[in-house]
Design a protein around this ligand. Structure first.
Ligand code: ZN
Length: 213
């Protein structure tokens, strides 16, 4: 990644099965939040967090790089055409802290925006995606499948998600969008080995990272 994005836009509760597992209502429009670029790390850095703040959950998400500015876009085809690259990412979440913040009606930044809270794999050319409604990906932790993503199950298809987002604020060229997590989120532990796999047109893209001891 040569330049840092101006922002990383994340979608919450975008898969019904995940909303359910955390006891959240299924939303009638995308739930949006933003991670700062200071939260961004690569796979080689390894995952770490302040354990005094409680558990840290993995949320494996299909992640997009937007290469053309989207401002109040209403045309789904134009929204999709703005996507320049795709990868998998981890929206790391201090779950105990997030629950506490939610209960107090406070914003989530303390739980989702810490340094290292956004782990991104390598960008893959967008030509690897044939159909945005048929993208499959998995997260394995210590060789067991924990999360399986299928964009057919998104409550808001990616094109509509991007249009909606661009009504709320401008998505600038270079910004990153994390499209939300499927069910299976769970606490990470020191030494965990993580493997993310994205099914592309020409091959499976496989990336690994780890939780620092
Ligand atoms: Zn997430």
């Amino acid at each position: 990644m040569s330049t840092r994005p101006s922002k990383i836009v994340c979608v919450g509760r975008s898969y019904a099965d995940h909303a359910k597992e955390l006891g959240n209502a299924v939303p009638d429009r995308p739930v949006l939040f933003i991670k700062p670029s200071s939260s961004l790390i690569g796979l080689d850095d390894g995952i770490s967090w302040n354990s005094a703040l409680g558990s840290c959950h993995h949320e494996c998400e299909l992640t997009l790089r937007i290469d053309q500015t989207l401002k109040a876009e209403t045309d789904p085809a134009k929204a999709l055409a703005a996507i320049g690259a795709v990868t998998l990412g981890l929206d790391l979440t201090l779950r105990d802290l997030q629950t506490e913040l939610k209960n107090k009606g406070q914003p989530w930044e303390r739980a989702k925006s810490f340094d290292g809270a956004c782990v991104l794999a390598d960008w893959v050319d967008v030509s690897e995606i044939e159909d945005w409604k048929n993208v499959h990906y998995t997260l394995e932790v210590n060789d067991a499948i924990r999360q399986s993503g299928d964009t057919a199950l998104l409550l808001f298809p990616i094109a509509e998600m991007l249009c909606d987002m661009s009504q709320a604020f401008t998505i600038e060229a270079g910004d990153v969008v994390m499209t939300g997590t499927p069910a299976g989120v769970a606490a990470l532990a020191a030494g965990d080995q993580l493997k993310m796999t994205l099914k592309g047109q020409s091959q499976d893209f496989v990336w690994t990272t780890f939780v620092k001891a």
